[in-house]
Design a protein around this ligand. Structure first.
Ligand SMILES: [Zn+2]
Length: 351
């Protein structure tokens, strides 16, 4: 392959990727709502005007229209363009790796063409809904299972299994401690089958990026978290006083308990199963508290709270917004899939 040909193919890969990316936008929007992916023609979300072919050029239409609908001038979120651009870049990168690092292994290219869209879709859905769709993790695991046969020279089968075992144990612990979801565990299990030991590079990248983001987010959300904590505290105090007044359902003297709850898709809910009933005199009016929270907390989307009760008073309330990990893990998986051996090589060279 000459240099000119390489450039032409790289550009073609970029264009092909951008078209795939614009299809992914539809998948991301419609799958969680269980809408059909193909039937409806594309239309503006604001005015409903049907889009012409020249409005739907991936990336470029958004840039030329300066992020506005041609017909009603309402703003179009840049994320459609961003997703198209990321897919385009990843396809282009996959081609460059195929050309220069993978010794022209076509299977690697085919796997990339499937893996990257799955990673992009799961990241976007995780950001929107705090959930990694099951079919995304399964897709990664299927690629992993297939790689036992297809890439058997590159990575021996037991390396994949050992990596899988370690990752599952590690993540099961992190899920139990909190902070990681079951979806993250499934995703990384599949990734371990696919990447073998290279999954640890993915994990390392994902956790470092996630931790950096977590610190920034904590700083940024400090004020709003405190406001929500305060609101919950007010509601809980009123409710608890009522419990005491009516002499039903309160924590007995000298004991303490925690009411655990979460806000998901804007709905606050309490996980009553975590109550230590032996510390309570009678059962609390569970529905009353849940209902009061649902009425008062309407602007907060996703998070978890704890109401600490000691004897006859509410001691404090802690609230923190939920954080996504999926996109960081997905980024780690993509990087590790493309250049994982180089990352591990570089890491080893440090010692
Ligand atoms: Zn419009």
């Amino acid at each position: 392959m000459s240099n000119v040909e390489t450039i032409i193919y790289a550009v073609l890969a970029f264009i092909f990727g951008s078209v795939i990316g614009s299809f992914l936008n539809v998948v991301i929007l419609r799958t969680p709502r269980k809408e059909s992916i193909i039937t409806e023609p594309s239309h503006c979300f604001s005015c409903g005007h049907r889009l012409a072919w020249y409005d739907m050029f991936p990336i470029f239409s958004w840039i030329f229209l300066r992020g506005k609908c041609r017909y009603c001038k309402s703003k179009i979120s840049p994320r459609y363009m961003i997703i198209e651009a990321i897919t385009a870049c990843l396809y282009c990168l996959a081609f460059i790796c195929f050309r220069f690092l993978w010794n022209g292994d076509v299977w690697k290219l085919v796997f990339s063409a499937i893996l990257f869209p799955v990673l992009i879709v799961l990241s976007a859905i995780d950001i929107d809904h705090f959930e990694i769709p099951y079919w995304c993790s399964i897709s990664v695991a299927v690629l992993g299972a297939a790689s036992f046969l297809i890439f058997s020279d590159e990575t021996v089968w037991y390396e994949r299994l050992i990596a899988f075992g370690i990752v599952i144990v590690l993540f099961a612990i992190m899920v139990l401690i909190g902070g990681m979801g079951g979806g993250d565990l499934q995703l990384m299990g599949g990734a371990a089958l696919l990447l073998g030991y290279k999954v640890f590079a993915a994990l390392f990248i994902g956790i470092i990026l996630g931790a950096v983001y977590g610190v920034i987010k904590k700083f940024r959300d400090r004020k709003s978290e405190r406001i929500v904590s305060h609101t919950i505290e007010g509601i809980a105090e009123k409710w608890y006083q009522n419990q005491l007044d009516r002499d039903i359902g309160y924590v007995t003297d000298g004991n303490a308990d925690i009411i655990v709850g979460s806000i998901s898709e804007g709905n606050p809910d309490i996980e009553w199963e975590f109550l230590e009933e032996k510390f309570w005199k009678g059962l609390p009016e569970k529905a009353e508290l849940s209902q009061a929270l649902r009425e008062k907390i309407t602007d907060e989307r996703e998070g978890g709270f704890k109401i600490f009760i000691k004897g006859n008073k509410i001691e404090k309330v802690k609230y923190s917004r939920r954080m996504v990990f999926g996109p960081f893990l997905a980024f780690g998986i993509a990087a590790s899939w493309l250049v994982g051996i180089y990352i591990i090589g570089w890491y080893m060279s440090l010692f």
